[in-house]
Design a protein around this ligand. Structure first.
Ligand code: URA
Length: 212
């Protein structure tokens, strides 16, 4: 795909946002040395995927959705017939939320807490304001709540149905397509059929709006 002036402008804006975010969070997390995992992909993409938060592999590679999560994502993109490099992929929270088992010392993932979500909310809104995609797909409850700015909304009620959202102070309008998180079907196998049906609906929706 040729690099248009518009694309390179967005890429530069994202690069600037990344640098500013690294400095901002370095100060906040100076004692914990947390690593920021910024979004990646095509800055001019019509489609942005928003996950929950990075895990261990994402921190090691400093990239969203790699390792097991990346494999799940690739299967999902395979159903849609979309290449990873053609979209933009990011997370609602840009740091790995961890907990430590005090007896074994083992570090594991935990869901992001309210403070972490709020700290990263503006950064996600800024990424989307630069990219201005045709469609945002949220994976799981956390990005759904952040993008709708509604803490009571639940994925079980709205999965597979497009929602009009207005993000940030500007109230920038975009369409959100909420999906269950691909990893949730590992823990809740009863969701698999619903999830696959939603992905097929997403495919039809993308075809209808001319993205596929
Ligand atoms: N890895 C990510 O980057 N995000 C998720 O939501 C899960 C795993």
């Amino acid at each position: 795909m040729p690099v248009s002036r518009k694309t390179s402008r967005k890429a530069k804006q994202l690069q600037k946002l990344r640098q500013e975010s690294i400095s901002f969070f370095k100060e906040i997390y100076k004692d914990e040395g947390k690593v920021l995992v910024f979004g990646e992909g095509n800055p001019d993409a019509p489609l942005v995927l928003v996950g929950e938060a990075p895990g261990h592999q994402e921190v090691v590679q400093q990239r969203p959705f790699v390792g097991q999560a990346g494999e799940n994502l690739n299967k999902f993109l395979g159903i849609l017939g979309i290449k990873r490099e053609d979209i933009y992929i990011t997370n609602a929270v840009k740091f790995r939320p961890t907990k430590v088992d005090t007896t074994t010392g083992r570090v594991s993932n935990r869901p992001p807490n309210r403070e972490e979500i709020e700290l990263c909310r503006g950064l996600l809104y800024n990424e989307l304001s630069i990219i201005r995609p045709v469609l945002v797909v949220s994976l799981g409850n956390i990005p759904l709540k952040v993008l709708t700015d509604d803490n009571k909304i639940a994925i079980g009620q709205v999965h597979g149905t497009p929602i009009e959202i207005a993000i940030g102070e500007e109230g920038l309008k975009m369409t959100l397509f909420p999906l269950y998180h691909p990893a949730s079907i590992i823990y809740r196998p009863q969701l698999k059929e619903i999830y696959l049906e939603d992905v097929k609906r997403l495919k039809r929706y993308l075809q209808d709006i001319g993205v596929l």
